[in-house]
Design a protein around this ligand. Structure first.
Ligand code: ZN
Length: 234
């Protein structure tokens, strides 16, 4: 196991959509050489009026503080995509490099869907690492391009010393009931045809890599049974 490999994965719920019982979540990966890598940053501090379905909980900064971390301790923010519940606090991480798919960042420049959070994600280009497709960031941490939910969405695979491989589907598969080669459970398939190829790509990945734990993007039933920060997977 190399020194800079992933060692711990923390799961943090930072908000919710109470009406639909949907958790809004972020993740933190810590490496053997002390790097802190955040995956997404949750909702913005002040929600736009037309996003009243969302509710902020204990936000990412408060959750990191419980782990003894300040925003400036985060070296890398993996940005899965720029939707309001995933990129809302990007600007708080002033020392971090952002890692995002080039196709997503390019689309966001002109796509009105991502305009609300522009001040969060539209950082100087020298602070953004644009990646093209599937990419190994470091030992035990890989990105998988999973367009469909939005162009250039990415999912994350974390390999840990004890737990083994954990796949974070993010919004490529928000609900476990849609993660099937057959018919999705009613109401779970929010990405439809556009996301089907990416969903199948992740199913293939799970088979090939013998992934033991797949964490879906917004699945409250599953989330309630997972370890939450300050507990962690190792
Ligand atoms: Zn989402």
């Amino acid at each position: 196991m190399s020194q800079n490999a992933a060692q711990r994965l923390y799961l943090m719920q930072v908000g919710s959509m109470p009406e639909y019982e949907i958790p809004i979540v972020c993740y933190l990966v810590q490496t053997g050489d002390g790097q802190n890598i955040l995956i997404d940053t949750g909702l913005p501090e002040v929600l736009p009026e037309d996003e009243a379905d969302f509710v902020n909980g204990q936000d990412v900064i408060q959750q990191l503080a419980r782990l003894g971390l300040q925003p400036d301790d985060i070296q890398t923010v993996i940005s899965t995509h720029y939707d309001i519940d995933h990129a809302g606090r990007h600007a708080a991480f002033t020392k971090a490099q952002y890692v995002v798919q080039r196709a997503h960042h390019a689309d966001a420049a002109t796509n009105p869907r991502f305009a609300a959070l522009r001040s969060q994600w539209d950082q100087p280009l020298e602070r953004i690492r644009l990646v093209d497709g599937d990419t190994e960031l470091l030992p035990g941490l890989e990105l998988f391009e999973t367009s469909g939910h939005v162009p250039g969405h990415q999912s994350v695979l974390v390999r840990l010393p004890k737990t083994g491989a954990i796949l974070l589907t993010i919004d490529a598969v928000p609900f476990g009931g849609a993660f099937t080669r057959g018919e999705p459970e009613e109401g779970t398939d929010t990405n439809g045809e556009a996301g089907r190829a990416s969903m199948l790509k992740l199913l293939d990945l799970v088979d090939r890599e013998q992934i033991g734990l797949v964490i879906f993007g917004h699945d409250m039933a599953q989330w309630a049974g997972l370890k939450q920060a300050p507990d962690y997977y190792e």
